[in-house]
Write a protein that binds this ligand. Structure first.
Ligand SMILES: NC(=O)c1ccc[n+]([C@@H]2O[C@H](COP(=O)([O-])OP(=O)(O)OC[C@H]3O[C@@H](n4cnc5c(N)ncnc54)[C@H](OP(=O)(O)O)[C@@H]3O)[C@@H](O)[C@H]2O)c1
Length: 296
């Protein structure tokens, strides 16, 4: 690597997440090389421990580990593939969501160039990553993870190696995060309801964490308790929650709020009801999500 300055980690893509990674890495005393399509954004991060690479090839080859934090896995993989770099002894960790099939393809691209691939799932916001509170779920080549484990552990709050199967970290992330977005959007809509009806915000912000902490634990305890499955009492039926979803959707519309999520829930419960499960306990709803199954 004659004439090139070597570094500890490279970061390709200095958008919100990439720049947070650069800041936390540099703050942990690592030498960081960055590349970004819009060079000024990469240059803006330059400092005693951060320098800008002139090309993707340079970024991939001056460090033993490169984080790729661009908009999508397809773009991430294409940037690496089209760079055509010799990746022998190099590890590429992608921060973009992949399905297992997409991860297999990415893994093969990196392997064909002589390198190793890791999924770097980050179920955290950039500000948390920047301040050292990032959460990292990692899958892919275990040896590569072990070789760089200290870096992940130093820059994040928790780091978990999920599995060697490419994509595994993203599937775990999805299982956890799936509930977050609808819940977060509903919390924001709940705030609008409070504003509309002059409900005290203090009451809302105090009640929400207490209410959901209890109900999430209780729900997960109930549905994962194998002993109870055959004796599962009907606490609230699919029909009851379906009706409630329709009532909530109507009132959201009346308030001028988007009712799309509650319309979708109403359709889901209604399909299960039409398939003959209306009197079953509502916690069986995820078993009847296609609407094609029929009660025998
Ligand atoms: N933000 C989050 O909360 C968060 C959390 C976890 C994971 N992630 C993941 O991190 C990845 C990056 O997200 P972000 O929030 O940092 O997005 P972002 O701020 O929109 O940054 C996108 C990055 O992709 C680059 N890019 C876009 N099109 C490109 C192209 N055709 N060629 C080369 N580079 C291109 C952009 O370069 P330019 O500057 O030149 O436009 C920029 O560096 C995503 O996969 C996201 O899912 C984000």
């Amino acid at each position: 690597m004659e004439g090139r300055q070597m570094s500890d980690v490279s970061v390709i893509g200095t958008g919100v997440m990439g720049s947070a990674l650069v800041e936390v890495l540099a703050g942990s005393a690592y030498q960081v090389t960055v590349w970004n399509r819009t060079k000024e954004k990469a240059d803006a991060l330059s400092g005693p421990r951060v320098r800008t690479a002139e090309s993707v090839v340079e970024a991939l080859t001056v460090s033993p580990l490169t984080f790729v934090a661009v908009t999508s896995q397809e773009l991430s993989r294409t940037l690496v593939e089209e760079a055509g770099a010799d990746l022998k002894g190099k590890v590429v960790a992608s921060a973009s969501f992949v399905t297992p099939d997409q991860a297999k393809v990415y893994d093969a691209v990196v392997k064909a160039a002589g390198g190793k691939y890791l999924d770097l799932s980050i179920p955290a916001y950039p500000n948390e990553v920047r301040s050292g509170s990032g959460v990292f779920l990692i899958s892919g080549d275990r040896e590569s993870y072990e070789a760089h484990r200290e870096k992940f552990e130093q820059i994040g709050r928790t780091t978990t190696f999920v599995d060697e199967t490419p994509g595994a970290a993203y599937i775990s992330e999805m299982a956890i995060l799936l509930a977050y977005l609808p819940m977060a959007v509903s919390l924001l809509q709940g705030l609008r309801i409070c504003e509309h009806h002059n409900i005290p915000l203090d009451w809302y912000t105090e009640t929400i964490p207490e209410f959901y902490h209890f109900h999430i634990k209780s729900l997960l305890g109930r549905v994962t308790d194998k002993r109870d499955q055959s004796l599962r009492n009907v606490e609230a039926s699919i029909n009851i929650w379906g009706d409630t979803a329709a009532e909530y959707a109507d009132y959201l519309r009346e308030l001028g709020l988007d009712a799309g999520m509650y319309d979708a829930l109403q359709r889901l419960f209604s399909a299960a009801s039409q398939a003959g499960y209306g009197e079953d306990d509502w916690t069986s709803i995820a078993e009847h999500t296609t609407g094609n199954d029929r009660k025998g």
